[in-house]
Design a protein around this ligand. Structure first.
Ligand code: PGA
Length: 251
């Protein structure tokens, strides 16, 4: 299983900035991406096509989307469907990112609809889960993760291919705060996610990747990515610059 080193660019970068970063990344990592790693860049919608072009011909890179609407097409003003993303050259998409759950109000059910629809449409999905600080303080981490995983994957056939679904454990309190979870907390949460996906997907659960996300930086990535059941990272802030993202990919 290759470790997935993913950078979510959120609502940052014009097309020129995205293209410059992607080109610098392709150059810095040319011939250097370890065999057991793959790199995923997740730009805003407006820069997807630009980044696909900038990374064309660079082995080891994929491009993903941050969001989509779970319908094939139709009167959904402002939304983007999986076929439109596939058409741009996207192979991955996120669902359930904490900013969409907490700022845009997406429920576990909506996240589940998106996850199932995206997979059926042919996207590889990274389903993000994670507890708030209040939920951690009140001892609800496992309850929250269990609910988000169960509802988030409710309609996915158990015969799914392991590489099409990835889970990202991202404690909400560690996202964009500089406060990274302690290794022991990451190990405990990832072991719980692994047990849960093995129950939900007995045939392929062992091979479904589990990423850690939340204040990953060049300085802490190596320790995190080598912990048990950590199959890659989902990086926000530290993935915006080519130099820093290169160090993370090679950490
Ligand atoms: P961060 O964001 O690395 O800036 O904490 C992580 C994420 O939102 O996936």
């Amino acid at each position: 299983m290759k470790k997935l080193m993913a950078a979510n660019w959120k609502m940052y970068k014009t097309r020129t900035e995205a293209s410059e970063t992607a080109a610098a990344l392709a150059k810095a990592l040319s011939g250097r991406i370890p065999e057991k790693r793959e790199v995923l860049v997740i730009p805003p919608f407006t820069a997807i096509s630009t980044v696909v072009d900038a990374l064309a011909g660079a082995p080891g890179f994929s491009v993903g989307a941050q969001n989509f609407y779970p319908s094939a097409q139709g009167a959904f003003t402002g939304e983007i469907c999986p076929d439109q993303l596939l058409d741009l050259g996207c192979s991955f998409a996120l669902t359930g990112h904490s900013e969409r759950r907490h700022i845009l109000g997406e429920t576990d059910e909506m996240v589940g609809r998106k996850t199932t629809f995206g997979l059926r449409a042919g996207l590889k999905i990274i389903l993000c889960v994670g507890e708030t600080i209040e939920e951690r303080r009140t001892g609800k981490v496992e309850e929250i993760l269990l609910g988000q995983l169960r509802v988030g994957t409710a309609d996915i056939p158990t015969s799914i291919k392991a590489e099409s679904l990835t889970i990202a454990y991202e404690p909400v309190w560690a996202i964009g705060t500089g406060e990274v979870a302690q290794p022991a907390d990451i190990i405990t949460a990832h072991a719980f996610v692994r047990r849960t996906i093995l129950e939900l997907f007995p045939e392929v659960g062992a091979d479904i990747r589990i990423l850690y996300g939340g204040s990953v930086k060049p300085g802490n990535c190596s320790e995190i990515v080598n912990l048990d059941n950590v199959d890659g990272v989902l990086v926000g802030g530290a993935g915006l610059e080519a130099g820093s993202l290169t160090d993370i990919v090679l950490a």
